[in-house]
Design a protein around this ligand. Structure first.
Ligand SMILES: Cc1ncc(COP(=O)(O)O)c(C=O)c1O
Length: 511
């Protein structure tokens, strides 16, 4: 039973006066240590702890390096002991038949020594084949933002699956979806794709086509899916390709301009070249820890793009956590192009991209002047009947103001409790929340841009923290410290996470 005070008055936080003083932090030793499973750890591209001396690790995160290593090692051992069935099923070399032993290679990028095998998930609860039940705050990192298999979506999927899944022709569901998207997001013209990556790719193609310009401007540290033009970074003021990319056909830096988020002067200077077709932006950077826009930044972004003839694409794939119309509707943004993916069909792969009447008019003109042929947009399964049925159910019955109200309420309780634990244990960390999305950053804040966000990442520490929480039945997103609250999340589950977080903090800071 959780001890978190959310069981009392809503929005209150835990009372901590009854706890003793925080013990002094431990002196140093090195981070790392043997993997109990004898496999290398994956993911967490990690300049952070390898390039730092332990004293720096502690100065940056407030946690002694030797505690990070010790906590991770003991959490790894506990994980291995308590997941024998998953370990047996996955096998010593991973699942047979799959490259890298998993259906998608990033499934090895979690903090666990090996991934657990999922048995089922419903609402905000996930079960593994070892019989553990997790309060799921990862929620398929946003694909399940409205819970696993919400009833209206499950019913729509069942209904549609009795009638065929894909025909390359519209269904009656499509009539409703077009109207629902236009009403909700305020843009008149829409297309359906399968992933947010696809939607961004197609929208950027339209931007290039209608402006006749070659370049895309991105914010340093962004992520918009596996979209080539966005795989660039600023390093020492120079645009470079993101490390780790494989098989690029061309030098991506020639198609991109990169500016730090919140840097209005930098934005003005880069747009002044007159070769930018489109600025693509998350309205809040959620993939770089979480970076909020400075006051006036979005106004400046819109004014400068208009003045220089560049289009503005707002990617709401994550920031749809803000409310039913996303950050765009909540803050009155005026994008030319708009992208939404992941949870839009309740977990069925689907995305939507919309645009203004002005873009429609220009696109018509370009198409009329172009020889007929493949536009380079759309895939065979784009806008399939199953996706449209699930999207309609999600828009009509799942992404409701009431659902958002419940999510926001519990997310704010989670935020307050995390903040209070951070304060009590005296670590230089902070918490940022965007509606239902809560991000813990193991560094000082607020962060102003992608460079600061990258420096704030603490992969070794985050790994130890994630695994500690997991061992206590709480799953958070693997690549940073993201916790998402869905309509089915209960107060008990939030309480469980708050308590597990506090125990992990105690363990990390006091041993
Ligand atoms: C803001 C944003 N846009 C687009 C995407 C791509 O989504 P998908 O991987 O579903 O194509 C992501 C994925 O994390 C994202 O965070």
């Amino acid at each position: 039973m959780s001890q978190c005070s959310i069981h009392g008055a809503l929005g209150t936080v835990k009372k901590r006066a009854d706890r003793g003083p925080v013990a002094p932090m431990h002196p140093r030793r090195d981070v790392g240590g043997p993997n109990p499973c004898g496999r290398p750890y994956y993911g967490f591209p990690d300049p952070w702890h390898r390039s730092m001396r332990p004293t720096q690790v502690r100065a940056r995160s407030g946690v002694p390096a030797d505690r990070i290593a010790a906590v991770f090692e003991s959490a790894s051992r506990r994980y291995v002991e308590t997941h024998p069935r998953s370990q047996q099923l996955i096998g010593p070399r991973g699942i047979a038949g799959f490259y890298d032993g998993v259906p998608m290679h990033w499934m090895r990028d979690w903090s666990m020594p090996f991934p657990f095998v999922v048995d089922s998930a419903h609402g905000a609860t996930l079960r593994d084949v070892d019989g553990h039940e997790y309060a799921d705050f990862c929620l398929g990192d946003t694909g399940g933002m409205f819970g696993h298999s919400p009833a209206p979506v499950a019913e729509a999927v069942a209904r549609q699956s009795g009638k065929g899944l894909t025909y390359m022709l519209p269904t009656e569901e499509a009539l409703a979806v077009g109207r629902l998207l236009a009403e909700r997001f305020g843009l008149p013209h829409w297309q359906i794709a399968t992933t947010a990556t696809d939607a961004n790719r197609f929208a950027l193609r339209v931007a290039r086509a209608v402006t006749g310009r070659p370049k895309i401007l991105v914010f340093n540290g962004c992520y918009h899916g596996t979209v080539d033009e966005t795989f660039v970074r600023l390093v020492g003021g120079r645009v470079v390709q993101r490390p780790g990319l494989l098989g690029q056909a061309s030098d991506l830096t020639q198609w991109a301009r990169v500016v730090e988020f919140n840097d209005v002067d930098g934005l003005r200077a880069e747009l002044a070249h007159g070769d930018v077709a489109c600025v693509i932006a998350e309205p809040v950077m959620t993939n770089s820890c979480m970076v909020l826009p400075a006051p006036g930044f979005h106004d400046a972004l819109r004014t400068l793009t208009r003045e220089t003839g560049a289009l503005l694409l707002i990617d709401e794939t994550h920031t749809i956590s803000t409310g039913p119309g996303g950050y765009t509707r909540a803050r009155g943004l005026e994008p030319d192009l708009f992208v939404l993916g992941k949870p839009i069909a309740g977990g069925v792969p689907a995305s939507a991209w919309g645009f203004t009447e002005d873009v429609r008019r220009r696109l018509d003109g370009v198409r009329a002047a172009t020889p007929s042929g493949h536009t380079g947009m759309g895939t065979t399964l784009s806008a399939n009947a199953l996706a449209l049925a699930a999207m309609r159910a999600t828009l009509e019955h799942v992404m409701t103001p009431a659902a958002y109200g419940a999510m926001e309420r519990l997310a704010s309780v989670l935020e307050l409790n995390l903040e209070q634990a951070i304060e009590e244990y005296g670590v230089p960390w902070h918490v940022v929340r965007l509606g239902a999305r809560v991000e813990l950053v193991c560094g000082r804040g607020p962060l102003r841009n992608g460079t600061e966000a990258e420096a704030a990442h603490a992969p070794a520490l985050e790994r130890a923290l994630h695994l500690s929480l997991l061992n206590e039945g709480c799953l958070i997103a693997p690549f940073h410290n993201m916790m998402l609250v869905c309509p089915a999340t209960t107060e008990d589950q939030v309480g469980r996470l708050c308590d597990a977080f506090e125990r992990a903090l105690a363990n990390l800071t006091t041993g």
